[in-house]
Design a protein around this ligand. Structure first.
Ligand code: SAH
Length: 340
């Protein structure tokens, strides 16, 4: 038995062909599952009885349990999913005026061990399957009203580019025109900077946005909080991103979490500006979401001083107040507190 949501449309067509099912039935199944939101083969009324029977014998449709659902005072909602093997992952829904963004996890745990992030604390367990990635979207869409998710960011637990094949399969399914039909421009992959897979992604999916977690513009300092910087140091990252931005024809986005007394000084701001001015870019400054780790969020005055320097040096930036702080909405926080 195979999970039907592991298949892109092309893969399902060829699986159907091998099973001597009509290939147009693959399109019909896609329409039922992803557009009409019916997963029970017996209810797919335009399929022949024989086709439905074969589907029941060969496929199942996994549907993860929601272990917890919490709404923040700012309307951000956090969902804790329990997967078949008991693993826990988090998904965050962020409704705004003009769009509703879903922040999706791609792994159980994370290998990269960024010092300020809760996701790595329990270690790395496994990659999510394409179906587990897609199900975060489908299950939440089934629950909410209005049924509207306009943007997806792969910014939850895990490193998406460390699970490349399942990530791209999920992207293929999300953007399939006869199914969910989400525009690739509405997808964003956040990465700690795995250069080879960044380049691979951009070549195959030039419209998918990339967001690079930088968190310090000084190489040694970045290594201290992001061990991945030893393998892919800032200079190489910037060089790679210059060609990325040439291919994509839009600016590269960086994420920069402001950590009090660590990366929020005047010097940090100037160095950040110097680096960002080497390419077409913008930076999202993120106010650190409180956690049990050794870092604190920056003071208001320090943040103001930081942004003034960026402004003076013509850096494009946004300052993101943490959303969902009262519900532990940052990476891996809910999962960590639930397990305790
Ligand atoms: N591995 C990917 C995606 C997951 S992390 C990456 O590194 O980009 C998503 C973003 O949340 C990263 O920029 C990460 O640095 C940031 N983050 C992690 N913990 C946080 C916290 N407690 N408060 C604010 N942002 C946090």
């Amino acid at each position: 038995m195979n999970d039907i949501k592991q298949y892109s449309l092309d893969e399902l067509k060829s699986a159907f062909k091998d099973m001597r099912l009509p290939s147009f039935a693959a399109g019909q199944v896609f329409d039922w599952i992803y557009k009409k939101r019916i997963e029970d083969f017996d209810k797919m009324s335009n399929l022949s009885k024989a086709t439905r029977q074969t589907l029941n014998e060969s496929f199942f449709s996994a549907y993860p349990k929601i272990a917890e659902r919490i709404k923040s005072s700012d309307n951000t909602e956090k969902f804790l999913f329990e997967l078949d093997d008991g693993a826990l992952i988090e998904t965050v829904l962020i409704p705004e005026k003009t769009r509703t963004t879903l922040c999706i996890s791609t792994q159980v745990g994370c290998r990269f061990n960024c010092k300020f992030c809760m996701s790595a604390k329990g270690g790395f367990k496994r990659n999510l399957t394409a179906s587990e990635i897609i199900n975060q979207y489908l299950v939440i869409l089934d629950l909410i009203s209005p049924k509207r998710i306009t943007n997806i960011v792969f910014m939850g637990i895990g490193e998406p580019l460390d699970n490349y094949d399942n990530l791209t399969k999920a992207i293929d399914i999300l953007q399939e025109p006869i199914g969910i039909a989400l525009s690739k421009r509405r997808l964003c992959v956040s990465t700690c900077g795995i250069i080879p897979n960044m380049e691979r992604l951009v070549k195959s999916y030039p419209l998918v946005k990339l967001s690079v977690s930088l968190h310090s513009a000084f190489n040694d300092k970045r290594t201290k909080i992001m061990p991945v910087n030893r393998k892919y140091p800032i200079d190489e990252l910037i060089k790679a991103l210059k060609s990325v931005s040439r291919i994509q024809k839009f600016p590269v986005t960086f994420e920069y979490v402001l950590l009090s007394g660590f990366n929020d000084s005047k010097e940090d701001a100037s160095e950040l500006a110097r680096i960002l001015n080497r390419l077409r870019s913008k930076v999202n400054l993120i106010v650190y979401n409180r956690s049990s780790l050794d870092f604190k969020s920056s003071e208001e005055d320090t943040i103001r001083q930081f942004t003034q320097i960026l402004k003076a040096k013509s850096v494009t930036f946004t300052l993101r107040r943490s959303r969902g702080e009262d519900i532990d909405a940052a990476c891996g926080q809910l999962r960590a507190s639930w397990k305790k």
